[in-house]
Design a protein around this ligand. Structure first.
Ligand SMILES: NC(=O)c1ccc[n+]([C@@H]2O[C@H](COP(=O)([O-])OP(=O)(O)OC[C@H]3O[C@@H](n4cnc5c(N)ncnc54)[C@H](O)[C@@H]3O)[C@@H](O)[C@H]2O)c1
Length: 249
């Protein structure tokens, strides 16, 4: 156990598995009290049980990030349980591979609802509590695909690009109000989400990643750990790529 997040109280969305689970485990191991939220309750409870078994402090809260009422309940329950809220990682998301003509309005709206609207709702719901701390931090998990374009992922690129600029807008709005807001942009990371994509698609990205391998969820969690800690006290409105060099090409 470390203490880089001692005294922090964090909500981590999509914390049941993948990158969010890695955040929950690492943040708790570094002293934060963690509300793990997700639509997947069985997996979310398993994440919490693992944290508790390692001596950490966490609760699971059922949460659909697209629902404003869920956000109000999650923030209220976290404050009730732990006495405040200092930190939010807006991580929940999913992807599809659909081109401009292939994508449906329903599919587009679903991606935007989770990946973009969910991030805005999270910032909106948490901001009053974060401002009270005078030392709050939000990390929005975008994607390398929020910075560069690739063919045939129209809705995901749109939503993740929006997260990048919503992050900068919120950072500027709250810069003097004690809340830092930054975005993290993963490349290909081995998670249940990534592994549902077509094997040839995954292999093509892996082969063109300069480091010659996929990242692990912990590679993203360690970046967010830094950004949510007081070590990053002068960092806001910035974007942090964690991608094995892929975006540098
Ligand atoms: N894995 C990658 O290669 C990669 C790359 C770039 C960005 N990302 C981003 O990282 C984040 C985490 O992705 P991951 O790879 O760990 O995926 P994952 O599917 O393994 O985990 C995502 C979690 O989000 C949850 N979730 C989905 N919709 C939700 C909703 N409406 N409300 C609450 N929770 C919801 C899922 O149940 C799941 O537990 C996503 O925002 C994703 O876009 C992933």
């Amino acid at each position: 156990m470390g203490n880089r997040l001692q005294g922090k109280i964090a909500i981590i969305t999509g914390g049941a598995r993948g990158i969010g689970e890695a955040h929950a485990r690492l943040f708790a191991a570094e002293g934060a009290k963690v509300a793990v939220t997700d639509i997947l309750s069985a997996e979310g409870k398993e994440t919490v049980a693992a944290i508790k078994a390692s001596g950490g402090d966490a609760i699971f809260l059922q949460h659909d990030v697209t629902k404003e009422a869920d956000w109000a309940r999650v923030v209220a329950d976290t404050i009730k349980q732990y006495g405040g809220l200092t930190t939010v990682v807006n991580n929940a998301g999913f992807a599809n591979i659909k081109g401009v003509e292939e994508e449906t309005l329903e599919g587009f709206n679903q991606i935007v609802a989770v990946c973009q609207t969910g991030v805005w709702l999270g910032m909106k719901a948490a901001m009053p509590a974060l401002k009270k701390t005078g030392n709050g931090a939000i990390v929005n998990i975008s994607s390398l695909y929020g910075i560069i374009g690739t063919p045939s992922m129209i809705s995901y690129h749109g939503a993740k690009g929006a997260v990048r600029l919503m992050t900068k807008s919120a950072a500027l709005e709250y810069a003097k109000q004690g809340v830092r807001v930054n975005s993290v942009h993963p490349g290909i990371i081995e998670t249940p989400l990534a592994m549902t994509l077509a094997p040839e698609y995954i292999e093509a990205i892996t082969a063109t990643t300069p480091m010659g391998r996929r990242g692990k969820p912990i590679d993203i969690a360690t970046m967010s750990l830094f950004l949510c800690s007081d070590e990053a006290a002068f960092i806001t409105g910035s974007e942090f790529v964690v991608d094995g060099g892929w975006g540098a090409q």
